[in-house]
Design a protein. Structure first.
Length: 112
């Protein structure tokens, strides 16, 4: 049997008003996904407030996150990662509008 394979930079979507979330591997309590953004941000006044932990690494592009309880926004460049524990509110303030921002996210715990 040939194992599933892929390339995180292949077939990047033509983005519209929404980011692309592509699951790569899922099993109970675990989801790995590629996220592609270009100029996207969390809408004003909205926050992500998840039931699962999320570890995310920025592979390409640039982004700025606000994490509740952190005094300053986090500026992310390729190779930077952050662990967002369950129930810690956070938001994407900015992603590079001129090039794709590619994230790899690992969700663990109570995943809907």
């Amino acid at each position: 049997m040939t194992p599933p394979t892929g390339n995180l930079f292949a077939v990047l979507p033509a983005l519209g008003p929404a980011e692309e979330f592509r699951p790569l591997w899922e099993k109970p309590g675990l989801r790995v996904e590629r996220i592609v953004s270009r100029g996207h941000a969390t809408p004003p006044g909205e926050w992500y407030d998840q039931n699962a932990d999320e570890w995310v690494v920025l592979l390409a592009g640039a982004a700025r996150l606000t994490v509740e309880g952190c005094p300053e926004p986090l500026e992310l460049r390729p190779g930077d990662w952050v662990l967002l524990p369950a129930r810690v509110r956070h938001r994407v303030e900015w992603t590079d509008p001129d090039r794709d921002t590619v994230w790899l996210a690992v969700h663990s715990g109570d995943i809907p």
